[in-house]
Design a protein around this ligand. Sequence first.
Ligand SMILES: Cc1cc2nc3c(=O)[nH]c(=O)nc-3n(C[C@H](O)[C@H](O)[C@H](O)COP(=O)(O)O)c2cc1C
Length: 177
Amino acid sequence: MEEFLNLINKRQSCRKYLDKHVEKEKLIKCIEAARLAPSACNSQPWHFVVVNNKELSPKVAMCLQDKVMNKFTTECPAFIIVVEEGGNLTSRTGALIKQQDYRSVDIGIAAEHICLAATEQNLGTCILGWFDEKKLKRLLNISKLKRIRLAIAIGYAADDNLRRKIRKDINEIATFL
Ligand SMILES: Cc1cc2nc3c(=O)[nH]c(=O)nc-3n(C[C@H](O)[C@H](O)[C@H](O)COP(=O)(O)O)c2cc1C
């Protein structure tokens, strides 16, 4: 358990990256971790576009930033773009009956699997929800009909120091009955 919590503690949003190539094998391990993630009715409603390319990565970074947000992505060597897929009939029916968006939940879980797998391999990550979706779809040739739910910046952190985690107290977020 300690090892598991240590890994969780080690993951933090990285906003400064080294100009260092990310090995493809490490990115494959991250996708393998996402592949094993649970999802509603095992529908696996995701597709991961892995960009690890000196020409394309800066273009992706431009879609992830504006004057205020996510400027740091310019320095990031790799990205995993998470595209929402249709799910399966059972999960879609369940979502309709229960009025729940399971696909976003599933994608969130898979994204954290990616981040933890990256952390375990000494890579830094930052989940990004702020991006120009239209521009990113155009750049990566992703259908207009699909949704990009998240982007994950990934690379070697320029600073390995762990920040203190600012979180609500356990009593504030959990009720034990
Ligand atoms: C769905 C989601 C979207 C996020 N979007 C951004 C973003 O666009 N830019 C950014 O710098 N951080 C983003 N973050 C990172 C959060 O700010 C960060 O996880 C939170 O402040 C806790 O800090 P930590 O990740 O270092 O523990 C996002 C995180 C999540 C889960």
